[in-house]
Design a protein around this ligand. Structure first.
Ligand SMILES: Cc1cc2nc3c(=O)[nH]c(=O)nc-3n(C[C@H](O)[C@H](O)[C@H](O)COP(=O)(O)O)c2cc1C
Length: 324
């Protein structure tokens, strides 16, 4: 590591700590970062992919897009406007996003106001209160997805019922797929230091079929608690018009914009992505949201009934590659 005239070490720490707070499937944190003056590359870390659950690398791209969004938010706090290039260099395919920091000015309104949510947001897998998500918050979350070129579809009662059926099939497959089960056992459960999902972040087991994803299913601790989940979960499907790696990265940016906005309303969020990890089931979800767009994430949203633990992160220094 060397010093640079453009960013101080403290600024690099602020930027990369924010990036690392992004969500990623199984908290694998599939990223590393190279910095050249005012340009930050978000790179895929091939050691941190999930070949069983994510053979195409779609979820990895979503995580990288989310990390890039957090970089933008932290850069905005430091006074930098940002522009992005997706997969800018065919000669270096590991670079998923290149973030260009503009000349320093004053804190960038809008994005910088989300900075306080970066460390607060986390995945909440417990039951929600029955208090509905206010229409204004729904509209703001929808606008957050649109701002990044994605869409958010809120499910009505009929669509929720259909999704429950699809989730039931996915849950059943999940516990019988040995490769996925082994992969989850590698990343999930127990005490965790730096990555993975610890027991304390798994939330309780659902006492009746519910709109949750039980990441511990199939290898669970006997002493884990159980709970009754909300009857009418607020569920939104985040979609993109295209279906390629650029669209997946874009979905990650949109996801993080939505999640940070939700956190600013004190809303908790979790994922029901098991329904999108099997091509035939994903197609059924696609029919639910109108055929024309591609479902990338299924988000459950509400006011948490309890508090829950955060999943750990590696220190930012461990994610920094080259710095010139
Ligand atoms: C693309 C993607 C898919 C995810 N899928 C699920 C999921 O199906 N179920 C779940 O409980 N969490 C899911 N997560 C959440 C991650 O487990 C979570 O982000 C990670 O453990 C880090 O924890 P945090 O979000 O609390 O910071 C997903 C996250 C991403 C980015």
């Amino acid at each position: 590591m060397s010093t640079t005239q453009y960013l101080t070490k403290d600024e690099v720490g602020i930027l990369l700590t924010a990036a690392a707070h992004a969500p990623s499937m199984h908290n694998a944190q599939p990223w590393r970062f190279d910095i050249q003056d005012s340009v930050i590359d978000v790179l895929r870390d091939a050691e941190r992919t999930l070949p069983a659950a994510d053979p195409a690398g779609r979820m990895t791209c979503v995580g990288l897009g989310a990390a890039a969004f957090n970089l933008r938010v932290a850069a905005a706090l430091l006074g930098h406007e940002t522009t992005l290039a997706f997969e800018p260099d065919p000669a270096v395919p590991a670079v998923a996003v290149r973030v260009f920091l503009a000349e320093r000015r004053v804190p960038v309104p809008g994005l910088s106001s989300l900075y306080s949510e970066v460390g607060r947001r986390h995945t909440y897998r417990g039951p929600m209160l029955d208090t509905p998500v206010p229409p204004e918050a729904r509209q703001r979350l929808t606008a957050a997805a649109q701002a990044e070129g994605a869409q958010l579809h809120w499910l009505d009662g009929h669509q929720r019922t259909e999704l429950s059926r699809i989730l039931g099939i996915a849950n059943e497959r999940d516990v019988h797929d040995e490769d996925r089960l082994h992969e989850r056992m590698h990343w999930i459960g127990g005490e965790r230091d730096g990555d993975g999902v610890p027991d304390t972040a798994l939330g309780p087991r659902a006492e009746a079929p519910a709109a949750v994803r039980d990441l511990g299913a199939g290898f669970d601790r006997a002493d884990r608690g159980s709970a009754v989940f909300e009857r009418k979960p607020a569920i939104a499907v985040l979609t993109t018009v295209a279906e390629d790696s650029h669209a997946w990265i874009r979905a990650g940016l949109a996801l993080q914009h939505v999640l940070l906005t939700a956190s600013s309303y004190d809303l908790g969020t979790s994922f029901l992505n098991q329904a999108l990890e099997y091509a035939d089931l994903r197609d059924e979800v696609r029919q639910l949201t109108g055929h024309t767009t591609w479902p990338q994430l299924i988000i459950r949203c509400g006011y948490p009934a309890h508090s829950s633990d955060h999943a750990p992160r590696r220190p930012w220094q461990a994610t920094l590659g080259e710095w010139h």
